[in-house]
Design a protein around this ligand. Structure first.
Ligand code: SF4
Length: 345
């Protein structure tokens, strides 16, 4: 609910609209999801509110802490579904990686989140709650506040477009989390109509595209979505996004040993994106047991990066975070679900 909707809800129940804003502020700013703790509300109102708009918070079902400071939370919602949220510490601040769906329908071959298919979409509130829980963790550790959000966890954001865009606006609310649009990134596996729609939203967020291969043959093998939106169409939409918004598009490229990591692939990638406002993030893939993928050695990764850099393309090799805590998207959820199934047998 945004502030206008909260005010209207309160007014419909004969309550002052500003109380709605107070409640939202408790939730967004302090992560409080229990009316009894909202101490600036009169006691009668706290009781009444639980009947009008019950708060049913998620709980932390599992937690993993990496030696590098990365924390992965498995959040369980009241309906029993669970998603992963990751808190990452960088030298420029703390970022949180948010899931947008329970499971995913996209079936990318290197990803543990897609293995069980899509279960359901998350609501804007459920996505917000991931950030709230992450903020609580940061406060309890004395870590800096969260300065950026990446919607890059389980799920395909463009498949849950309206809820994701609402979440982005909520996270930006200046009386709540107040995360600047420029510090919010939405990632897609390449849903072209979603990219085109996002370009017209008037919110200057960063678009991140999981490209992972520069040609249709390799990409279709890794990502079935490519059979619907092939590489040429995808790159054209990304170029247009950069033109319309003035924002640089980030291409994520997971390097998988002997699949997409050769100099030939690097040169093809240069042909595709040279001259556009973009950045390439190379990610030596986190090994996924189920998919049988391995990461290339460091020299291969560096050689790939060098081809791009020599062509004038801004390129980074992503620092690996949390490899000791099942950091690849979907791995912790599968591990915990697997253990629970094992126990119930
Ligand atoms: S990589 Fe993203 S889009 Fe692909 S299956 Fe995993 S969660 Fe879905």
């Amino acid at each position: 609910m945004d502030v206008g909707e909260a005010r209207r809800l309160f007014e419909q129940h004969g309550l002052p609209g500003y109380r709605g804003e107070q409640v939202l502020s408790w939730i967004h700013r302090h992560g409080i999801r229990d009316y009894s703790q909202m101490t600036n509300l009169p006691a009668y109102l706290r009781d009444e509110l639980q009947g009008i708009a019950p708060l049913r918070p998620a709980s932390v079902a599992a937690e993993r802490r990496s030696v590098d400071g990365t924390i992965k939370l498995l959040l369980e919602y009241p309906d029993g579904n669970a998603v992963e949220t990751v808190i990452m510490r960088h030298d420029y601040g703390v970022s949180v990686c948010v899931s947008s769906q329970v499971g995913c329908a996209m079936g990318c071959s290197f990803c543990a989140s897609g293995i069980g298919g899509l279960v359901r979409n998350l609501t804007p509130g459920e996505m917000l709650e991931q950030v709230l829980e992450a903020s609580i963790q940061c406060r309890s550790m004395g870590a800096p506040r969260i300065s950026s959000i990446v919607v890059m966890g389980s799920g395909e954001p463009m498949h849950n477009y309206d809820n994701v865009v609402r979440f982005v606006r909520l996270a930006n609310w200046n009386k709540g989390l107040g995360i600047g649009y420029r510090h919010i990134t939405v990632s897609t596996c390449g849903i072209v109509p979603g990219i085109r729609r996002l370009a017209g939203e008037g919110i200057p967020i960063t678009l991140s595209v999981s490209l992972h291969a520069p040609d249709d043959e390799t990409r279709s093998r890794l990502m079935p979505v490519n059979r619907v939106y092939p590489v040429g169409e995808l790159i054209a939409a990304c170029r247009d996004y950069a033109d319309v918004t003035g924002r640089r598009v980030t291409y994520e490229y997971a390097l998988v040993r002997s699949v997409n990591d050769s100099p030939r692939h690097a040169r093809k990638l240069v042909e595709l994106i040279a001259g556009s406002l973009c950045h390439v993030n190379l990610i030596p893939v986190n090994p996924v047991e189920e998919a049988g993928f391995d990461r290339p050695d460091q020299a291969t990764v560096q050689a790939f990066a060098d081809v791009l850099s020599r062509a004038g393309i801004s390129t980074t090799i992503r620092r690996e975070l949390g490899t000791d805590i099942e950091a690849a998207c979907g791995q912790l959820r599968r591990r915990v679900l697997g253990e629970e199934r094992g126990r119930s047998r």
